[in-house]
Write a protein that binds this ligand. Structure first.
Ligand SMILES: Nc1nc2c(ncn2[C@@H]2O[C@H](COP(=O)(O)OP(=O)(O)OP(=O)(O)O)[C@@H](O)[C@H]2O)c(=O)[nH]1
Ligand SMILES: [Zn+2]
Length: 334
């Protein structure tokens, strides 16, 4: 408690003292702070959800350079009315349960947290038009496992193609999956997807054209209007958003975070040890690996090869794991 204005310093308040500025002005006593969640971020301004109200806020000085991202649970003070022109102040970021990150790249030299407190990463891919891009799916899976998030492979446009070909690539990894179809016969049944999203915070990623916006709008009928309202306040175009955006599912059935602006997924920060932790059965077989073994295909004495040779594990699973490991490298574009 070296702070001169510590709240425990009662004496300080009782004894009149000469001051050059009002002492309470910056005193960090946040007993009156209230909880809120970050919905979206735009040029240093945060839209929060607080007791069902949309409230604009900025970071307060004591937070310094500490980042505040979509999905963060925060504590706020000041004008939390949400009235036009009102601005609250974020004074604290509640410790995060997960962080989805992306590596520094040519466009941006800083490693960044993209989204906080999400427990599921939904990799949205079309079965056709555009064709699935397994390498991008692999990269998204790596990001999910690294972040400690459950992946969900969501295959859209099931009216155009059969999911089996794509599924065969991911079956040995045990990646949970759903198919959706928002056009054609029996279109629009999202019951299975809703079930998977229930009670969780799920980030949706996918490259352009896979049908992610269509999906978000089907899941949250108000989505377009909501994003539009916030964008009107922040001066963005009405129905466009380039920032990640948190939306509540109807009936309080969970949260989704749409990520329209995320076009790259740099993974250079991902350590092999973090990745293998997502596969406890494989990890167990690497206990006797030489120090620094990455468990890649070219490692001379990797326990995974011994396990395959001894028939103790599914070779497809090892191969798929190694494919993910290799997917960390190279271009980061979606
Ligand atoms: N056949 C078929 N087309 C679909 C389905 N879902 C979406 N589409 C179409 O696919 C196209 C792309 O859908 P969007 O929702 O805009 O795709 P997006 O992933 O949000 O793409 P961006 O907006 O570029 O990020 C649109 O023409 C949709 O009508 C589907 O289940 N089946
Ligand atoms: Zn190894």
């Amino acid at each position: 408690m070296s702070n001169r204005y510590s709240e425990h310093d009662h004496e300080h308040y009782e004894r009149p003292r000469r001051r050059t500025r009002p002492r309470t002005k910056d005193r960090p006593s946040y007993d009156d702070a209230v909880d809120a969640r970050v919905v979206t971020v735009d040029r240093g301004r945060f839209t929060l959800l607080l007791d069902g109200r949309r409230v604009m806020a900025m970071k307060s000085r004591p937070l310094g350079r500490k980042g505040v991202v979509v999905g963060d649970h925060v504590r706020v003070v000041g004008d939390t009315s949400g009235d036009d022109g009102s601005l609250a102040r974020i004074v604290e970021v509640v410790p995060r349960t997960t962080t989805l990150r992306r590596t520094a790249d040519d466009d941006d030299p800083v490693e960044r947290v993209i989204v906080a407190n999400a427990d599921q990463l939904v990799v949205v891919t079309a079965l056709a038009d555009p064709e699935p891009r397994p390498r991008l799916i692999d990269r998204a899976l790596v990001a999910a496992y690294d972040a400690g998030m459950t992946p969900l492979l969501c295959m859209t446009k099931a009216d155009l193609a059969d999911p089996e070909t794509l599924l065969s690539t991911y079956r040995s990894l045990g990646v949970p999956w759903v198919v959706t179809k928002l056009k054609g016969e029996s279109a629009g049944d999202l019951a299975e997807l809703r079930e998977r999203l229930k009670g969780r915070t799920s980030v949706l990623v996918g490259h352009s054209g896979v049908g992610k916006s269509t999906l978000v709008n089907a899941l949250v009928p108000d989505a377009r209007r909501e994003v539009g309202i916030v964008n009107a306040v922040t001066g963005r175009g009405r129905h466009t958003s380039t920032s990640a955006y948190l939306l509540e599912l109807p009936d309080g059935d969970g949260w989704i975070i749409d990520t329209p602006g995320i076009r790259s997924f740099g993974l250079a920060h991902v350590q092999p040890e973090n990745l293998i932790e997502a596969f406890p059965d494989l990890e167990e077989m690497t206990e006797d690996c030489p120090r620094g073994c990455t468990h890649g295909a070219d490692e001379p004495e990797c326990g995974l090869d011994e396990a395959v040779a001894a028939g103790e594990t599914d070779p497809d699973r090892v191969e798929s794991f190694r494919r993910l490991l290799a997917a960390r490298e190279g271009a980061s574009d979606w």
